[in-house]
Design a protein around this ligand. Structure first.
Ligand SMILES: [Zn+2]
Ligand SMILES: [Zn+2]
Length: 367
């Protein structure tokens, strides 16, 4: 019975997607067949309309379906509690156990109370910016929100496609509204020829309505992208080990923040291909207070008590660091040289994150 119910719920969740697709396909029929082939008299005008219409339509559909079909990704296995950890969690102090496990992971954020972020359902430590989605029933990397219109979570893996979907939907509706206006006016003046007059009337209103309503959503997501925030983070300030920081993930400039989502090569920014930077688990941090960072690093290092024998693990040297664009982080790494030489990478998520960023800039990332 429960299985049938789950199946029904999953089927109903596709209704909004079917609705949006039906509207887009109907708009194609109304524009191409009714407007261009039945109402537009000039062959030249028809050719121009169709030539510019189709790129918008194709890009809109690809972006939309890539947002729907892209897997929301998986939390890496090391974030899941081992059997021994789960037993310790059941029998010991949960906060202490989770804290111990999370120290080995590249996590910078905590709960409001300062405890490790843990998902009870998945039985895993949540990576930074990861949240559990009750609709998808799993933890989503860099979760932005669950979108019923794509029946998928919008997160690290498909955020670029979602942005492009909004972008091309705006261009599409603007283009349709602009080219249909002349025929919409002709409809009111009773000078429009053909049988599909109502299609043109509705096409104008639907395109205009979507154009106006999508602008506010797109504008909001442009703001989020420029500030390196997610929708969830804009509502709830992330808590780092050094305290709450609403701009904690920002890299200091709109362009650098945009590159995290759209990629380093600007030729690909407007193409629905995956170019986002990183692995969805580690994020470069430049805003941490230097003093706090040093104290916290020392504190964590002393608490860890597992550093003997790791002295040979060195971070990037000054020469390598000076070439990168994360100037603040690099400066911090150099200033903290004394501590760094004794700390293993896994105990320093900020360093891991910066190294990861460097790898991606060098084109060595695997994602
Ligand atoms: Zn979860
Ligand atoms: Zn979801």
């Amino acid at each position: 019975m429960a299985a049938i119910l789950t199946c029904l719920v999953k089927t109903f969740q596709w209704i909004p997607v079917l609705f949006i697709n039906a509207v887009i396909i109907w708009s194609y029929y109304a524009y191409v067949v009714i407007l261009c082939f039945e109402s537009v008299q000039s062959v030249y005008e028809r050719a121009v309309y169709l030539m510019f219409y189709h790129p918008f339509f194709v890009m809109l559909m690809i972006s939309y379906w890539r947002t729907i079909c892209t897997s929301s990704g998986f939390v890496p296995s090391q974030f899941f509690l081992s059997r021994a950890d789960r037993e310790a969690l059941d029998n010991g102090d949960p906060k202490e156990v989770l804290e111990k496990v999370s120290r080995k992971l590249p996590v910078m954020t905590k709960t409001l109370s300062g405890a490790a972020r843990y998902c009870d359902v998945c039985q895993a430590i949540k990576p930074d910016r990861c949240h559990h989605c009750s609709m998808c029933r799993k933890c989503i990397l860099k979760m932005d929100h669950h979108c019923p219109w794509v029946n998928n979570c919008v997160g690290f893996t498909n955020y670029k496609f979602f942005l492009l979907f909004l972008f091309y939907a705006i261009l599409y509706t603007l283009y349709v509204t602009g080219t249909v206006t002349k025929y919409f006016v002709a409809f009111w003046n009773n000078t429009l020829e053909g049988d599909g007059k109502l299609h043109i009337l509705f096409l104008f209103f639907v395109a205009l309505m979507f154009f106006i309503s999508l602008w506010s959503l797109f504008g909001y997501h442009l703001y989020l992208t420029g500030n390196n925030k997610t929708t969830l983070e804009s509502f709830r300030v992330p808590h780092f080990y050094y305290g709450p920081d609403k701009n904690g993930f920002s890299l200091g400039s709109v362009m650098k923040n945009a590159e995290q989502v759209l990629g380093l090569n600007r030729w690909y920014w407007f193409l629905p291909v995956y170019t986002s930077i990183g692995d969805g688990v580690r994020f470069p941090i430049i805003n941490q207070p230097e003093e706090d960072s040093l104290l916290n690093a020392q504190h964590r290092w002393l608490e860890e008590g597992e550093l003997d024998g790791h002295e040979d693990q060195q971070y990037e040297n000054k020469e390598d660091s000076s070439a990168n664009s994360l100037d603040v982080s690099t400066a911090e790494l150099v200033n903290e040289n004394e501590v760094e030489t004794q700390m293993p990478n896994r105990a320093r998520p900020d360093v891991v994150a910066v190294q990861e960023y460097e790898e991606v800039k060098d084109g060595t990332s695997t994602l």
